[in-house]
Design a protein around this ligand. Structure first.
Ligand SMILES: [Zn+2]
Ligand SMILES: [Zn+2]
Length: 101
């Protein structure tokens, strides 16, 4: 039994684009490019994602708060809260967001 990896599983869009960051030529994209959004070559895309990860992590504010919905402890937040009477833990935050959607 031979199992062939379907490399062409995801359609690639071919064209001529330019990386918004380094100007490198992009000839294939795994998605339909959006003229409104900047395009990045594979290299810049990876770098940007890594930077975003770092920023996200370093932006966490450590502290001790209480979730107003479930009373659970909150030890870190992605922002510095200006008021503490409306804080939600990650779980409640997600539930609230899903309820709104
Ligand atoms: Zn680039
Ligand atoms: Zn909660």
């Amino acid at each position: 039994m031979t199992e062939q990896k379907a490399e062409g599983d995801r359609p690639l869009f071919e064209g001529e684009w330019e990386c918004s960051q380094c100007g490198a030529a992009i000839t294939q994209l795994p998605f339909q490019p959006d003229a409104e959004r900047p395009l990045f070559c594979r290299e810049c895309h990876r770098k940007r994602r890594a930077e975003r990860e770092v920023r996200k992590r370093s932006a966490m504010v450590q502290g001790s708060w209480t979730c107003v919905a479930c009373g659970g402890d909150i030890s870190e937040l992605p922002f510095n809260p200006t008021r503490t009477d409306n804080l939600l833990c990650r779980q409640c935050h997600r539930e609230k967001r899903m309820a709104q959607a």
